[in-house]
Write a protein that binds this ligand. Sequence first.
Ligand code: C2E
Ligand code: CA
Ligand code: CA
Length: 380
Amino acid sequence: MKELGLRLQSILFEPDVVAHLGADLFAVLLPKLAKAEDIHLVIEKIQKLLLSPFSIDGLPIAVEASIGVALYPGHARTSEELLRRADIAMHAAKESGSGHALYDPTLDKHHPQRLALMAELRQAIEQNHLLLHYQPKINIRDKKTVGAEALVRWNHPQQGMIPPDEFIGPAERTGLIHPMTYWLLRTAIQQCREWRQAGLDVVVSANLSARNLLDPKLPGTVVELLRDGEVAPEFIQFEITESAIMTDPAHAQKMMFTLRDIGIRFSIDDFGIGYSSLSCLQKLPVSQIKIDKSFVIHMTQNKGAAMIVRSTIDLAHNLGIDVVAEGVETEQTLNQLEEMNCDAAQGYYFSKPLPVNAFSLWLQESLWGLKKSGENSQKI
Ligand code: C2E
Ligand code: CA
Ligand code: CA
């Protein structure tokens, strides 16, 4: 911390101030910033500062930082408020793993705009204004659909469709993620049952967030919903990100084993951009990983991305884990994935996420749709 303080001081000018607020928390005050955009130059400078390792007793130590920014007078008018909002932004940066974040009222639990949006979300859940769109997962060997990912949508009466990235974060921070997840599980399980009754066998994947993994009521609720929906657990799969597991690994692991014992299978979402390694997954009941779309989208042009995809597939297979590539947008990508022995694929090349009726039709009519009965099927 001492060394870090010195490094921070070394890149700032009079009258900037560096303060050590406690533990691993620093504040930097930049009273002379000419324009708000220039903050990015300072962020870059601070991030560069951390690139070279710190040396403790001759041991090189790598340090990472999450930087939160609040601007005066746009974000706050008093010093207390400014510090508080910088802290909110810092936590957002930490949670998203992005390294830095600018304060935004939607991050702030107490901001009126956020409070209003969350009050409306609560209503939307109760009044069924949320909906699920479904996107197929295709088995690369026989080019047929084996499952569908359920993705939540909010059709707001005034604002129209609000993308999930805008309300899931706030819902996590306010606890509304719990009723939302229960709603989505009930809906997805119900849908799975309707498809099965119509002779369409689709494994439905639902996304869980970090907070869900800490919810002691989740396993009981899942058992109840499966029983009420008369759906076998092998038709439901949960997708969780590495960072959700890393928020509280001990609890997450316990929860995953409890759900595994119920019969639920897990897929690790956005694999490759988080902190965990495949060896860490060995300790968890994981049957599938989804390689993050940022690697898949670029793999046909970028050798590095292709190499990461190829080695991830090989390592996962050696651990007995299936691999899904997400973000497959072209035939060329699909061919390359097939050559790499990837198990399944998902992306705009096959279909965008679709409303339920359109998806049911797609399942029956698309070339990539479900296998007709009689053909051998293989579940992923
Ligand atoms: P995700 O779980 O990684 O979902 C995949 C996202 O990638 C979806 O965005 C999907 O529309 C998009 N996508 C699919 N194929 C392609 C492609 O070929 N190219 C590109 N560029 N993108 C593709 P969406 O639906 O906006 O969801 C964003 C994120 O919101 C999801 O990322 C997930 O983290 C979260 N989310 C969505 N629904 C739920 C939910 O029900 N519960 C929770 N906890 N999170 C959800
Ligand atoms: Ca997902
Ligand atoms: Ca993903």
